[in-house]
Design a protein around this ligand. Structure first.
Ligand code: FAD
Length: 435
């Protein structure tokens, strides 16, 4: 049995790109459904460090403003407006974990920002903070450690997804399982229907849509192959091997900087269900060499680095685990080498009514959604009304739940095609893995 749902736009993928686009299109009057295969935010979005970059990280080590730093400079204010309830999406219930991101210098480089000093000293959004104004973690730091405050908020990614789902959740759906997906096109190649079949007695559903938005992050590569689309953007992934440290002495939201263009460590924080602080550690340590390390080596490297750069902190009693994530991005086929695109990438297929989106950064979600809307408009996909009408759920669809935080587990597809949460394995004895 196959049910039919008629809409203006089908959005595939429930990360920040899909959710923000859904909110933006519904506001314009489009009747939409967002289809998520695991859980909302369960890809990169909840796994992100939640920093709403304003460009400081991109200016590190450069002698002036880059294209990326110019493009991203507007983002913190756009997000702040949404957090106040004055923007295009309502994020009033999302949690701001820290109003500012901090930079600190490791004791080894004598409190100077090395080669970065000239760049950062010129920025109005970076201020040196003296002992009283420093975050509590730096109270016992040697005087040689410099601490700087950056005008970039850090958000709890999970609560951002929850805030978006609170308003849009009725249109965010998840199939019980997926056995087969069929696409039917019109004579001129435009996609007319996308059907999802469970291969069980629950049957399937056919979405009749005038436009399709692929916002599936890493899954966009598979969708592109599935739709057989002629587009010039190539999906690329850049892996990260993140470290989680449970039982940290308190919250920290900071980059440890040196002379390199990448912070040595970028630490953000959250609480686990028992209320214990978890440090979520990225930065250079999670990139190339960190990706090549196995879990045990990565935990040892992180312990060593935290010991060197925050030597006054006691790590006894902390438990460690690691998790691997791929940053999924779209790049022009002409780009050589794997590097981060300057901003969000959005492209419409050669056949006309399928739009692919990769925001590149959580921070870029508003700009990505604006460009998706413009592409749909150009493709002649306009609002048909009924944006707020409820969707009649066939048996094989349910409202999509929200994914876990990285330290609570990871969503995967089990062998029978249904989504499940895989536990994190913690270790306090210098070895740890994620199952
Ligand atoms: C460890 C890490 C830290 C980061 N930190 C920051 C940060 O501090 N600040 C910042 O601005 N950016 C950060 N980023 C980047 C940011 O997280 C991403 O750019 C952003 O979340 C991408 O959003 P997305 O919606 O495109 O993808 P995703 O969040 O990956 O969402 C894609 C969704 O599509 C679903 N999906 C996949 N295939 C299918 C399919 N076939 N059918 C249906 N659904 C499907 C997935 O389950 C997933 O829910 C970080 C990224 C990582 C990995």
């Amino acid at each position: 049995m196959t049910a039919a749902i008629s809409i203006d736009v089908l959005i595939i993928g429930g990360g920040i790109a899909g959710l923000w686009t859904l909110a933006r299109l519904r506001r314009e009057g489009y009747r939409c459904v967002l289809l998520e295969r695991l859980a909302l935010g369960a890809g990169q979005t909840i796994a992100s460090q939640g920093i709403i970059h304003g460009g400081v990280k991109y200016a590190l080590g450069s002698s002036g403003h880059t294209d990326a730093s110019r493009a991203i400079a507007r983002m913190p204010e756009i997000w702040r407006r949404c957090l106040r309830g004055e923007g295009e999406v309502d994020l009033r219930s999302a949690r701001v974990l820290s109003e500012h991101q901090y930079l600190w210098t490791s004791p080894g480089i004598l409190g100077k920002l090395g080669g970065l000093g000239a760049t950062l000293a010129m920025r109005a959004d970076v201020r040196r903070v003296e002992s009283d104004g420093r975050p509590p973690i730096f109270r016992d730091a040697p005087r040689s450690v410099g601490v700087y405050e950056v005008d970039e908020p850090v958000l709890d990614g999970w609560s951002v997804v929850e805030a978006l789902a609170a308003a849009q959740g009725a249109w965010c759906l998840r199939p019980a399982s997926v056995r087969r997906v069929d696409v039917r096109r019109s004579d001129d190649g435009r996609v007319e229907t996308v059907s999802v079949h469970t291969g069980t007695t629950l049957g399937g559903v056919e979405f009749r849509a005038r436009g399709v938005v692929c916002a599936a992050g890493e899954g966009n590569a598979e969708l592109r192959a599935h739709f057989g689309e002629p587009i010039s953007l190539m999906p690329q992934t850049r892996p990260l091997h993140m470290v989680m440290m449970r039982g940290a002495p308190g919250p920290l939201f900071a980059h440890c900087v040196g002379a390199s263009t990448l912070p040595h460590l970028t630490i953000t924080s959250g609480r686990d269900r028992s209320g214990a602080w978890v440090w979520y550690v990225g930065g250079a340590i999670a990139e190339d060499q960190g990706v090549a390390r196995d879990e045990h080596e990565q935990v040892s490297a992180a312990r060593r680095a935290i010991g060197e750069m925050l030597g006054w902190i006691d790590l006894d009693g902390c438990a460690f685990a690691t998790c691997r994530w791929n940053r999924a991005e779209g790049v022009p086929a002409s780009q050589s080498g794997v590097r981060r695109p300057e901003g969000p990438t959005v492209e419409r297929s050669g056949f006309g009514n399928v739009v692919y989106v990769w925001p590149t950064k959580l921070a870029f979600a508003p700009l990505a959604a604006e460009r998706v809307h413009a592409e749909l408009h150009r493709a002649g996909v306009h609002p048909g009304g009924g944006a707020d009408e409820a969707i009649d759920l066939p048996a094989m669809l349910e409202h999509a739940p929200i994914g876990p935080r990285p330290w609570e587990g990871r969503m995967v597809v089990s062998e029978d095609g249904t989504p499940k949460i895989q536990d994190v394995r913690w270790s306090s004895d210098r070895s740890a893995t994620q199952a």
